[in-house]
Every structure is written in C-alpha cells, then in structure tokens.
Design a protein around this ligand. Structure first.
Ligand code: KG4
Ligand code: ZN
Length: 346
C-alpha cells in the first residue's frame, strides 16, 4: 500500500492530495478561475505566480486534513507534463524539494495518465483494458488503456479542444468564462434541434473517407459565429436554442466516435475525464448509446474529472507499487505523448 503526497500545477488549479493506493485521504484544490476570468482564458504568467503563492499553504492543508505526518508518506509526486511550463515548474520544484528534505522517492506524473486514474479512484474494481475519453479545456483524446502504464492514443482533436470550443462559443455569446457550465445551464431550456451544425469530420488522404475517431471543433465554432451574426442581424438571438444546438452537436459527435472506437477495439468499458465530462448532454447521450451497445460507462464525480492532485497521486501510487521512481533531474515538458509515460521512470 503506497501513500503518496501529490502536487498538480499544470494549468490553473493549484492542487495537493494525499492518496493511499486508490483511496483519497485529503484533496485540496485552489482554483484560479476568478484570477483569469477578466482575460477570458488562462494567462500563463499569472498562473505561475499564483501557484507560487498558494502551493505551501495547500501542502500544509493536505497533510493536516489527512491526519498523517511526513513519516507516513512513502513518496512525493508531481505532474511534470503536459502543461504550462512555468506552472509545472512550481509544482515540480516543490515536490523535488520535499523529496530531498524528507529523503523520500520522487515520481513525475503525466497529466493525462492522471486523468485516466480519476476513474480508478472511484471505481476500485476497474481494471484495464478500457477506453478513456478525455475532454477538457486543453485536451480531447480517446485513449486505449491497454494495461497499467500502457496506452495508445486512438483519436484526438485536430484543432480546438472540446472545452475550449465551449469557452469560445460562450465568449461570442457574451456569456463569460468558463463557458461550459453556463452553456450547459442555458441548453436545458433550449431546442437542441433548432440549428443544425457541422460535425467536424477529418478527411483521410486521397478521398478515403473520414478519420473515424478524430475530432475538429473549430468549424463548429465558426458555424456558430456565422449563425449568431445572422440571427443578430435579423434582430432575434434565441440564445438558449443556440446553446442547446451547439451542446447537442458536441455531445453527439463525442458519443458517436468514442462508442465506435470502443466497439472497433473490442472494449466493453468507456470511462470519461476532464471538465467537459460534467456536461449533462454528453452524459445523457453517452449513457444511452452505451446502454444500446451493451457497454459499461463510468463517469467519475466532478471533483475528480476537473484538474486535481488525487488523480495524480493515484497514478503515482500504481507506479510506485510497480517499483517505478523518477530521477531528481527529471524536467518539465510542455508536451509528451501518452505512449511515452514509461520514459519518466527508472
Ligand atoms: O479539466 P478542466 O477543469 O481543465 C483543463 O482544461 O485541464 O476543464 C475545464 C474545461 C473548460 O473549458 C470548461 O468550459 C469545461 O471544462 N466545462 C464544461 C462543463 N463544465 C466545465 N464543458 C461543458 N459542460 C460543462 N458542464
Ligand atoms: Zn486536465
């Protein structure tokens, strides 16, 4: 049983958690949404400074809430990739320093592997293989979880991430940031079939049809922009219908392609992660498509879908139990393929 203190600072949440294998002993998340709201998105330099200010109180609080002391901690972990380099550096420097001071092993964790582990956290019986659909503000990926530490990226977005598309559509409707929750709320009272929107298909070379699992959200966003301009010019903007039509299209596309991906790869389970996993339309569509095809689908609770350190600690615990640790000279990286996670360990 590995007890891990984990730190996550890859974007705009400063998070520290203590996890014992798949059990969360404490989980502190300090969101920077208020700080970045005025700018309509995350400002990297502000994010790093805020992480720096808040990281130490978050570490103390996580330890306090767990009721443990440093002696009870087996290893210290931090997200090392992918993410904003300045932001990642704060968490990594804190984790490495703690590892040195307390003479504990250190583990760097791939942020997307963390998101996959959110499902293990809340489904203790879950075992690979399965398909994980990761939909956040920075990522839209369908990952085949073949085994512990063994992944294959089967589909991803070619342009905007799904959450980013929600944020951009929200901005053009003057609804503020982040866009997902407010569009979701408005969509409840709108007609999802009011305005048909393009599904964003990715063409294969030489007219060989379309990529079955990849996504594109930028065309959908531009179509919403044109639609809003047209409706405004006509003097009537039925904002709930626009929100519902957009959400319906995103949810339908994500559902269709991930169900096909699971069926094509003989996988009977789909798990979901990232902030967009909170979307009520996506949850409804995916659940009913899964029921129709006899697939199991797991939605972790929202606090583990959005960025948090408990999922990072859970991934680190699994690696630590398998004898993996990272070197103290491991560096942060803005990008790294999920297939390469084992390169983080010795
Ligand atoms: O995973 P997350 O907290 O942060 C990262 O991007 O890593 O995801 C944030 C994203 C934002 O783009 C936000 O608009 C979106 O998740 N989001 C939603 C909902 N709640 C949050 N998108 C659609 N529907 C929601 N209910
Ligand atoms: Zn994330």
């Amino acid at each position: 049983m590995a007890t891990i203190l984990a730190i996550e600072t890859s974007c705009d949440e400063t998070a520290v958690a203590i996890v014992k294998n798949r059990q969360v002993l404490s989980s502190i998340v300090s969101s920077q949404i208020e700080l970045h709201k005025t700018y309509g998105g995350v400002v990297p330099e502000l994010a790093s400074r805020q992480h720096l200010e808040i990281i130490n109180p978050c570490i103390s609080q996580a330890l306090l809430e767990s009721g443990l002391t440093w002696q009870d901690i087996d290893a210290i972990a931090a997200t090392c990739t992918p993410g904003l380099v300045g932001a990642l550096l704060v968490g990594m420097a804190a984790a490495k320093t703690l590892a040195m001071i307390h003479s504990k092993p250190f583990l760097g964790v791939h942020h997307l592997e963390g998101h996959i582990y959110a499902s293990y956290l809340t489904q203790p019986e879950l075992e690979p293989p399965f398909l994980c659909l990761l939909v956040s503000g920075g990522h839209t990926s369908s990952i085949h979880v073949k085994d512990y530490g063994e992944y294959q990226l089967l589909g991803s977005t070619r342009d905007d991430a799904a959450g980013e598309a929600f944020d951009k559509v929200s901005r053009l409707l003057d609804l503020g940031y982040p866009g997902g929750p407010v569009i979701d709320r408005l969509a409840q009272s709108g007609n999802p079939k009011a305005f048909p929107l393009p599904e964003g298909r990715i063409s294969l070379p030489e007219g060989r049809g379309y990529h079955p699992y990849d996504y594109s959200f930028s065309g959908m966003k531009t179509a919403v922009l044109r639609l809003v301009e047209k409706l405004k010019a006509e003097g009537d903007l039925p904002i709930a219908d626009v929100a519902a039509s957009f959400q319906h299209t995103v949810a339908k596309v994500l559902t269709k392609r991930s169900v096909k991906c699971a069926l094509d790869h003989d996988l009977d389970t789909i798990t979901i992660g990232g902030g967009v996993a909170a979307n009520s339309g996506l949850r409804k569509y995916l659940q009913s498509a899964a029921d129709q095809h006899n697939l199991k689908v797991y939605f972790p609770p929202l606090q583990f879908c959005t960025d948090n350190a408990a999922m990072i600690g859970c991934a680190a615990a699994q690696h630590f139990n398998l004898g993996h640790t990272s070197k103290l000279d491991l560096n942060v990286q803005s990008r790294m393929r999920i297939e390469q996670v084992m390169e983080l360990y010795q």
